[in-house]
Design a protein around this ligand. Structure first.
Ligand SMILES: [Zn+2]
Ligand SMILES: [Zn+2]
Length: 170
């Protein structure tokens, strides 16, 4: 997800580039997480406007049953990005204060979307990921994954919402 905008920056305001995205990036747990969709970059007076609609697919580990599952989410963004080097003069630009956005062009005018997508996914990913809302987790006695099999222990799941105090005692 690296796009060289050197040529676009030489073009008049309103010029645009479209990129199809179907790439992998390093997500929270895997370096094979994927993003799919499109990125459109539009030349504005002093900067570029980056629009994107990406479906991200990341693999997370369920905090109850410790099996991996896929989390999909959609990232829709519109951000202005200022070149760090003026393409006409080759001098360092002095972007306005409020330009401290999430997207930066490097000295070669390369737009790097990987970090933006990664940051987004990190923010979206739950702290305690669950493969499903009511995942029963693992049996505290025998360790069976209660999503897959019913064991004979008849114990309360380890992370039941009521906790230890709410446990039924025989
Ligand atoms: Zn689970
Ligand atoms: Zn068991």
């Amino acid at each position: 997800m690296h796009y060289n905008l050197a040529q676009l920056l030489k073009e008049p305001t309103g010029s645009a580039r479209d990129y199809e995205v179907d790439d992998s990036f390093a997500g929270p747990e895997n370096d094979t997480d994927r993003a799919h969709g499109w990125v459109r970059v539009i030349r504005t007076h002093q900067s570029v406007l980056v629009r994107a609609e990406l479906e991200t697919q990341v693999k997370l580990t369920c905090s109850r049953c410790i099996s991996q599952f896929e989390l999909r989410s959609v990232l829709i963004m519109e951000e202005e990005s200022f070149p760090t080097i003026d393409p006409a003069t080759g001098r360092k630009t002095d972007p306005p204060e409020e330009a401290e956005g999430v997207i930066h062009l490097d000295a070669q005018h390369v737009l790097d979307m990987t970090e933006v997508v990664r940051q987004y996914v990190l923010t979206e990913a739950p702290i305690k990921p669950l493969c499903r809302e009511d995942c029963p987790g693992l049996c505290p006695e025998c360790g069976s994954n209660l999503n897959k099999e019913k064991c004979k222990c008849n114990a309360t799941p380890m992370e039941s919402p009521v906790g230890i105090s709410g446990r039924v005692v025989d």
